[in-house]
Design a protein around this ligand. Structure first.
Ligand code: PEP
Ligand code: MN
Length: 278
């Protein structure tokens, strides 16, 4: 693709290591957790259930980009401290969003993976700031971004010297309104053909609907995704954010069981533990 330099380089390191988890290798890596860190209790309950299933990377937003300025926008640094606590107790790695270039050094002290959200995909000072850290960066596709624009955004991070970029397809805006976004699963093989960077799929924001998270997750793995980012909440009905798309820990456990044969079919292993509920 014209103009891209680093991202299309065949010598680019493809595997990204977080603790003892390798993203982009022969395992399908599942990152899961609540949309937002709400309280210590909520986080510890969720993390405990996920750890039992072998999840090694816990998600949770402390800085939340919200459409309305009046919606819950996260606990800020207090939320990061809760994530750190749970990480110290469980040994799980943390992925969390950073929204402001000035906050990158602070968030990087707590996070194992820095998440750049969809709304910030073309926040170029933010891309440069995360590019100047030594932390892996999860770069979500912009809600109206073409694949080319997305890859150029990744190139901004690489150009600062940080090669540890994970791309994340999370659905794009189309004329369809039934789902929150329209998931573009063809982005997975396209990105795989164009670059060596790992690509994962977020079926939660891609659909916005609890029942669709399971089939879209399976489709994503079948299409070659290196992993999934899934919202899980102990009590979705009471979630302060994105409850309608959050899985219960039980639904999440069932999904893992159904994902395993699909991972095998595409020559990969699921890095979590499968335990059938019911
Ligand atoms: C998130 O994953 O917490 C999030 C806000 O998602 P997105 O940036 O894809 O909307
Ligand atoms: Mn969310």
């Amino acid at each position: 693709m014209e103009g891209l330099k680093l991202i299309t380089d065949n010598k680019l390191e493809t595997n990204i290591t977080v603790g003892d988890t390798v993203i982009g290798g022969d395992e399908v890596v599942i990152m899961a957790g609540p949309c937002a860190v709400e309280s210590k209790e909520q986080l510890f309950i969720t993390a405990g259930a996920l750890k039992e299933l072998g999840v090694k990377i816990l998600r949770g937003g402390a800085f939340k980009p919200r459409t309305s300025p009046y919606a819950f926008s996260g606990l800020g640094e207090d939320g990061l401290k809760m994530l750190q606590d749970v990480s110290n107790t469980t040994g799980m790695a943390i992925i969390t969003e950073v929204m402001n270039p000035n906050e990158v050094p602070m968030v990087a002290e707590y996070a194992d993976i820095l998440q750049v959200g969809s709304r910030n995909m073309q926040n170029f000072p933010l891309l440069q700031a995360v590019g100047n850290t030594n932390k892996p960066v999860l770069l979500k596709r912009g809600l109206a971004a073409t694949i080319t624009e997305w890859l150029f955004a990744a190139e901004y991070i690489l150009a600062e010297g940080n090669q540890q970029v994970i791309l994340c397809e999370r659905g794009i805006r189309t004329f369809e309104t039934y789902t929150r976004n329209t998931v573009d699963l063809s982005a997975v093989p396209i990105v795989k053909n164009l670059t060596n960077l790992p690509i994962i799929v977020d079926p939660s924001h891609a659909t916005g609907i609890n029942e669709l998270v399971n089939p879209v997750s399976k489709g994503a793995v079948a299409m070659g995704a290196d992993g999934l980012l899934i919202e899980v909440h102990p009590n979705p009905r009471e979630a302060l954010c994105d409850g309608e798309q959050s899985l219960t820990p039980e639904q999440f456990a069932d999904l893992l069981v159904e994902l395993e044969p699909i991972c095998k079919a595409v020559g990969k292993r699921l890095h979590t533990i499968c335990k059938k509920n019911s």
